[in-house]
Design a protein around this ligand. Structure first.
Ligand SMILES: NC(=O)c1ccc[n+]([C@@H]2O[C@H](COP(=O)([O-])OP(=O)(O)OC[C@H]3O[C@@H](n4cnc5c(N)ncnc54)[C@H](O)[C@@H]3O)[C@@H](O)[C@H]2O)c1
Length: 272
């Protein structure tokens, strides 16, 4: 259950996730560098959580594990594909077997797409929805009973500002819109179990997913940076810190929200 009293502001700041157990799906990164899932995993571990790094690419999760253990944090890897019901069940059981409870599910896995409904191959459309939406449903379905048995917890789903600002990534936009609706529905469904469900909508952050590490032309990188009204470049850490707040008891009164972390990209209208 969420804590019944607000944190004492005068108390020494405790480790925000002390004694909590977290699952991060897509806890690796598709390349060297810091993706959103990797950043959240490292920050959760720094805050005292034990983190199960779930990824279909075990070597990617192992790279995150090495970063966490080097800092003295506690984590383990788990190979699973979030589109498999069996894998998701094994993932939740894996956290319980190892640490005896489950408090946090960070649903970070997501893949991109390009093109309109006319351009898109229906199989590619289905794959994007399967990974980005059904994967989140399956991991939540597996984790929620374990979280309920642990007295409640927090789920953080990763959407995108592409859900609100379309730009020719139509399957992706559709899937990320569904993540927002799923977040709200799950927040209502599981409030009685003491589970908060929130969503982050990242803006154009510079991560391995979008080609950090060299694949993105400098001109495009600069255009993405300038899309922020702050004219700064977002990183995986910015998304990770937002996830850390939403996962912690400091957010005990926050559920069902969509938090854009985008440097204000969504705010700006057309130039006059
Ligand atoms: N980078 C951006 O600009 C941006 C913007 C908006 C939203 N996002 C969202 O952020 C999330 C990803 O962030 P990231 O930086 O960690 O991405 P990433 O592409 O580096 O992915 C992290 C990991 O997910 C794993 N993965 C992919 N499919 C999987 C599956 N079916 N089952 C299990 N693991 C799987 C990959 O192996 C990878 O290691 C996505 O949901 C994405 O849509 C990113």
């Amino acid at each position: 259950m969420p804590s019944q009293t607000p944190p004492d502001p005068l108390a020494a700041v405790p480790q925000r996730l002390q004694d909590k157990v977290a699952i991060v799906t897509g806890g690796g990164s598709r390349g060297p560098g810091i993706g959103n899932g990797r950043a959240a995993s490292i920050l959760f571990a720094r805050a005292g959580a034990k983190v199960l790094l779930v990824d279909r690419d075990l070597s990617a999760a192992e790279a995150t594990l090495a970063m966490i253990t080097e800092e003295g944090g506690e984590a383990a890897t788990f190979e699973a594909d979030v589109t498999s019901e069996e894998d998701c069940a094994a993932m939740a059981a894996g956290a319980l077997d190892r640490w005896g409870r489950l408090d946090i599910l960070h649903n970070n896995v997501g893949i991109g797409s390009r093109g309109s409904v006319v351009d898109l191959d229906p199989d590619d459309w289905n794959r994007v929805l399967e990974v980005n939406v059904t994967g989140m449903m399956l991991s939540s379905r597996a984790a929620i009973p374990a979280m309920t048995a642990s007295g409640g917890g927090a789920i953080v789903n990763i959407s995108s500002i592409a859900a609100m600002r379309a730009r020719g990534l139509t399957a992706y936009t559709t899937s990320k819109g569904a993540v927002i609706a799923l977040t709200r529905a799950m927040a209502v469904d599981h409030a009685g179990d003491g589970i908060r469900v929130n969503c982050i909508a990242p803006g154009p952050v510079y991560t391995p997913m979008v080609g950090a590490g060299g694949a993105m032309p400098e001109e495009l990188r600069e255009r993405r940076r300038r899309a922020s009204i702050l004219e700064i470049e977002g990183t995986g850490w910015d998304i990770g810190y937002a996830a850390l707040f939403l996962a912690s008891d400091e957010a005990r009164y926050v559920t069902g929200v969509v938090l854009p972390v985008d440097g204000g990209v969504l705010l700006r209208g057309p130039a006059r």
